[in-house]
Write a protein that binds this ligand. Structure first.
Ligand code: ADP
Length: 518
């Protein structure tokens, strides 16, 4: 086993990997940009090395430099997390060539699955069903129109190098194709430095169901069941759960076998995910394979009872998986909400500022995978995902009730977050019935993001504002006054200990009450 690992990432996933290492008795080296000097992952690691200024292109993405740091600090392996360098085959190769272990799949497997078109060709040859469409990029609009007409509109233009929903365009009529193709190519060129775009049939109302795969170096390839990630905005996941209401044990076994076949075709080792669309007839189609740990991996960990990140590390160190496929049956229900620094009532505009107060939910079945704390400055340099709130309960209905309870306990003060939006999703009857698909969220967005308009909530907010003003006037009498005033709000006097505000503030109480009555 490794004695020291470098974590080439930041935020919640860096902390997640550090925790996995700590439990395995492995020392860690964190890397950080100047913007993250006070970040929790820097403090939690055994060592930390400043690798550059805030822009990730000059810090977290400079692979050669990270490898130098790894060699200098004497680690044996690098964990890339997700995003950043995790799916760059050149980086995996360079790590290997430096005599270090890349905690992830072989560079060749990343290459094989890296382009959506080559992945489609590879898995089709292994008998995996893919969404109808081309396996090569299209040359021009005329060719694209001819292809689209062969399987009918609507179609989806997709960047071959795509990721994060970029370079995608839905086209409903031949007359729109030329413009859409030009703009998809432009976006793909800007985002990925590659303007190759291909065409898929656009499937209406499917679910996004993905299969977790885990493979070792000894030929064992297992699947760990599905995650449903249909609650999406702009092709980006917001809520994930395991298992899926739409997947029976029989379908799980079939989709699992398909994912294992795809992984084997790519010579896959380590943790990976095959993403599928599942249509209303129970047909499923391979979308792509993500060759890394995914944001939503905790829901699988909770229902399957294992630590995926620790297994990534153990497999990379050469251990054989001690499991058989029959060991993996989901137990209970797990759900994850991505807590982002975005303002849902304002078009999900990124919100920046300092987290002034943070109260985390606890209690039965609640897990918080976060990378923030009170005092954290949230800027625009990195992804707006601050943390993941994850719950586990015996049934889906109880998981929703538990998520609701945990979201209500959560207080993040100082910036706007997606918390209230998630509460509304939990309360939505269609979500509660599991009647969701990948377009569901966008279709229901107005109701799920409207500002609170309830008259009693407005009254309450007014009362709270008056209380804040009053407490601020009284601030001279309260030890925390100066501090509270400096934070732009007053703390409840009863919750003040040794001059430090520790309890909820008037603003939080007002916000909670507003949510309760909304
Ligand atoms: P990316 O790599 O950019 O995330 P994916 O291929 O994984 O792209 O697709 C992202 C999301 O886009 C899917 O989860 C799904 O919601 C939607 N999508 C992708 N392909 C199709 C399709 N053929 N029809 C309908 N929706 C699709």
């Amino acid at each position: 086993m490794f004695s020291k690992v470098l974590v080439a990432n930041r935020g919640e996933i860096a902390l997640r990997v550090i925790r996995a290492c700590q439990e395995l008795g492995i020392k860690t080296v964190a890397v950080y940009s100047a913007a993250d000097a006070r970040a929790p992952h820097v403090r939690e690691a055994d060592e930390a090395v400043l690798v550059g200024p805030p822009p990730s292109s000059q810090s977290y993405l400079v692979g050669e430099h990270l490898i130098e740091v790894a060699l200098r600090t004497g680690v044996q392996a690098i964990h890339p997390g997700y995003g950043f360098l995790s799916e760059r085959a050149w980086f995996a190769r360079a790590v290997r060539e430096a005599g270090l272990v890349f905690i992830g799949p072989p560079a060749e497997a990343i290459d094989a699955m890296g382009s959506k078109t080559s992945a489609r060709q590879l898995v089709m040859a292994a008998g995996v069903p893919v969404v109808p469409g081309t396996t090569d990029s299209v040359r021009d609009a005329d060719e694209a129109i001819a292809i689209a007409q062969s399987f009918g509109f609507p179609v989806l233009l997709k960047a071959a190098a795509g990721g994060g929903g970029k370079g995608m365009r839905i086209v409903r009529a031949a007359s729109d194709l030329a413009d859409a193709l030009a703009s998809a190519k432009r976006e793909a060129q800007n985002a990925f430095g590659d303007d190759a775009v291909y065409i898929e049939k656009y499937i209406e109302g499917p679910r996004h169901v993905e299969i977790q795969v885990l493979a070792d170096m000894h030929g064992n390839v297992l699947h760990l069941g599905e995650r449903e990630c249909s609650v999406q905005r702009r092709h980006q996941k917001m809520i994930e759960e395991a298992p899926s209401v739409a997947v029976s044990p029989e379908l799980r076994a079939r989709m699992g076998a398909t994912a294992v076949a795809a992984a084997r075709a790519a010579g896959y080792v380590n943790a990976g995910t095959c993403e599928f669309l599942l249509d209303t007839n129970g047909q499923y189609y391979f979308l792509e394979m993500n060759t890394r740990i995914q944001v939503e991996h905790p829901v699988t960990e909770l229902v399957m009872g294992l630590d995926l990140v620790q297994w990534q590390i153990r497999v990379a160190a050469g251990e054989a998986l001690p499991f058989a496929q029959k060991d993996f049956t989901p137990r209970g229900w797990a759900m994850e909400c991505r807590i982002t620094s975005e303002d849902p009532s304002n078009g999900f505009l990124p919100s920046t500022g300092r987290i002034e107060y943070l109260h985390l939910p606890t209690g039965p079945g609640v897990r918080w995978d976060g990378g923030i704390e009170a005092g954290s400055d949230i800027g625009l340099h990195y992804d707006p995902m601050l943390a993941k709130l994850i719950v586990h309960a015996p049934t889906r209905a109880l998981a929703i009730a538990r998520m609701r309870r945990a979201l209500r306990e959560l207080t993040i003060d100082g910036i706007e977050t997606s918390r209230g939006f998630h509460l509304r999703v939990m309360d939505h009857p269609e979500f509660q019935q599991g009647a969701i698909h990948i377009q569901w969220l966008e279709q229901n967005l107005p109701a799920l993001t409207a500002p609170v308009s309830d008259p009693s909530a407005i009254r309450l907010a007014a009362v709270a504002a008056a209380l804040v003003a009053h407490t601020e006037r009284q601030a001279g009498h309260v030890a925390s006054g100066a501090h509270a005033a400096a934070m732009g709000e007053a703390s409840l006097p009863s919750a003040t200990v040794r001059g430090e505000p520790t309890g909820p503030t008037w603003r939080e109480v007002a916000r909670r009450e507003a949510l309760r009555s909304s």
